[in-house]
Design a protein around this ligand. Structure first.
Ligand code: ATP
Length: 271
């Protein structure tokens, strides 16, 4: 599906002119992006660019970080999401996996999964089906069902964090740096899982510092810089273009003319 399709028509996510602040700190300054239904879209950017803030605004969790929306709009499947508290966002089919593999360390793996289905639509039957799906994706979570989550390896904890989010049966999954700090093979396994989740019909908005992995998973990507979209385009174009290779893959030295190029020009390359 084309990333430029109208979200109202295709039932996807549309973020328009989003402004977010934490008290006096302006973290997002008019960010617009789209996730068409069924797509994987990536958000790249250096530390502090505003990637987590963007996901928090969509998932309704900004208030837990003393942040707030100062302008713009977020719509999901044609209805307004901005201002909806976190449980309401989950109930509408949008779930976030926060940065840092956050699991309930003292609870068992099974209890963590059960916590993920709280607030989701449907009853026990739907929850059992969701658990089956999670166990099929991550067999280790079935094997360790009665172990405390804090005893799992880093990769397994990330699988549990994703599994817990999937228990809510999301139509859109917001993933914040799922491979951060993981060994390359484990990161590749998480990447493969993202592909499987998407193939099963869930749209994905992926924040990822592993640019190579992100560009291989997503069909379209946005690059955030200091709270603004500095660059966007189909990932095939971004991967082939100099800007992303130079800035994030360290593959070429910038030429003086390029270094001085205004941001707007860069964005238009791929518009
Ligand atoms: P990273 O890759 O390091 O996680 P990021 O791109 O996700 O970075 P954010 O965490 O969204 O960036 O931060 C964007 C800006 O907002 C930064 O300047 C950051 O210092 C600031 N910020 C984030 N959380 C808070 C908070 N709870 N209170 C105040 N400022 C915050």
């Amino acid at each position: 599906m084309e990333a430029t399709a109208s979200p109202a028509a295709d039932g996807g996510l549309a973020v328009t002119g989003l402004v977010v602040g934490y008290g006096p700190v302006r973290a997002l300054r008019g960010v617009s992006l789209r996730v068409p239904a069924g797509a994987v879209v990536a958000v790249l950017g250096t530390n502090g660019a505003g990637k987590s803030t963007l996901l928090r605004a969509i998932s309704g969790t900004l208030r837990f970080h003393r942040g707030g929306i100062g302008g713009g709009d977020i719509t999901w499947r044609g209805t307004r999401l901005s201002g909806v508290p976190a449980p309401g966002v989950v109930a509408r089919g949008v779930t976030q996996v926060p940065e840092g593999r956050r699991v309930f360390a003292r609870m068992t793996v099974e209890e963590n999964l059960r916590a993920g289905s709280l607030g989701a639509r449907g009853g026990a039957k739907e929850a059992a089906l969701a658990r089956e799906r999670v166990h099929a994706l991550f067999p280790v979570l079935a094997e360790r069902a009665h172990q405390r989550a804090g005893l799992l390896s880093g990769g397994e904890q990330q699988m549990l964090a994703i599994g817990r989010a999937l228990m809510a049966r999301p139509s859109l999954l917001l993933l914040d740096e799922p491979t951060l700090g993981l060994a390359p093979l484990v990161a590749a396994r998480i990447g493969e899982t993202v592909r499987e989740i998407n193939a099963a019909g869930t749209s994905v908005l992926l924040v990822e510092q592993n640019v190579t992995l992100a560009l291989s998973l997503a069909s379209y990507a946005y690059v955030l810089e200091v709270g603004e979209v500095a660059l966007e385009g189909p990932t095939a174009d971004l991967a082939a273009g100099d800007e992303v290779r130079r800035r994030y893959l360290g593959m070429a030295e910038p030429e003086p003319a390029r270094r001085a190029a205004p941001r707007r020009t860069l964005t238009r390359w791929f518009a």
